[in-house]
Design a protein around this ligand. Sequence first.
Ligand SMILES: [Zn+2]
Length: 481
Amino acid sequence: MAPFQTFIGLEIHIHLLTKTKVFCSCRSAFGDPPNTNVCPVCLGYPGVLPAVNREALKMAYMVGTALNCDLSMHTVFERKNYFYPDMPKNYQISQFSDPVGRGGWFEFETGGKIKRISFHDIHLEEDAGKMIHDGSRTLLDYNRAGTSLLEIVTNPDFSSGEEAEDFLQAFRRLVRYLGVCDGNMEEGSLRCDANISINRQGKGLGTKVEIKNLNSSRFVRKAMAYEYRRQAKTLKLGGAIVQETRLWNEEKQKTQNMRTKEAAHDYRYFPEPDLPPFCPDEGFLMGVAEAVPELPFFRKQRFGRQYGLTAELADFIADEKFRADFFEVCVDEGADPAETAKWLKGEVAKQLARREADLEGSFLSSFRMAELMKLLGSGRIHANIGRQVLELVLDEDMDPVRLIEREEFAGSDDREALGPVVDQVLSNNREAVLQVRDGSQKALGFLMGQVLKTAGQQADPKLVRRILLDACHEESPARKD
Ligand SMILES: [Zn+2]
């Protein structure tokens, strides 16, 4: 057992996919020209009135439902007072005394086991603008100021960086499933800060150190491993851990001091006088419940149970809601579940990657996929043809059955069609036939090559091999076996 026990908690911010900002009607979008999505409300002019975005509230309650939180029936907005140049109001509208959700739990897979972690709270707030440091100048872009942000605070339930990383990936999958966040950590729509404390086994929480600048779930794992080593070394030497905020430096692969906390912040929270408390009515709560789909963790388990998918295939299929829905439509249409999953993870993924395309928006509809799988399942075409048909579907926006008719694929692989070709090849290569009879794989390979060259791409190598073997042995009345 390690001498020290690790306690890690995460603070996650997600940008909600609302069309407009959380307290005004400015467009909420990433990558627009600087300061084009601004108005007096999000620029903090005096005397303006904020109004809360119902869509943002709905998404916040959806996340709260998915995380099993106690949802507030009387949620309050408060002003969190502090000064920073990217926040022109000098306060942030946030939640403190009565947030959207408290408590709650979430289960995810890590290290081959299922781990359950719990939450402190989730609350809705507005984001700040963005500062861009340009040489000796600092530029300010307020497009992001006032966009909807949901903060999810976990309890310090993670005992390693690996667990925190696995959780973040499962959480990212969840919010994408819910359609409330695109989960893009590079663009900052999912951001994460971590806190870590270590202590001798059984002694409870140690001194908390906060780590910022974790722009990927991988960074979280690496930063936590680094901090464990750093803090353990200090404790072993009899030193004390300083309560501080540190930054992860990916280039140097280490954390560095950012600021030491002298005292707890006093943000002087007080109720936002311009926003009434939000008390969800029955209609709102029903809309929330209806909008929460079967969650990926449970869907993956069901795919294993119901369709007999391996854990790996179930994981791949359940990873994205669109893909999982697509798969289930194929199965409803009569496609074999395991084969469909294999094709989606293998050939379909490969061909889409080659085109830098996504399944969503490609010409491969679930009905076409089901049709292709049924053609394969019935033996009307074999895998080689299937791959070519898939290429054509993706490029030409046509149904597999029509493509097969057009390309005259079907039937060309049967024994009858191959017979004359095989006869010709055998009579031209007597030496090789004798070698095959003696068990030479090399000679068999050579003959297969000759047949495939003549018969063309649509011949099934497996079938050619079988016909060749039969033919080579049949020819000899003195076959030795
Ligand atoms: Zn605005």
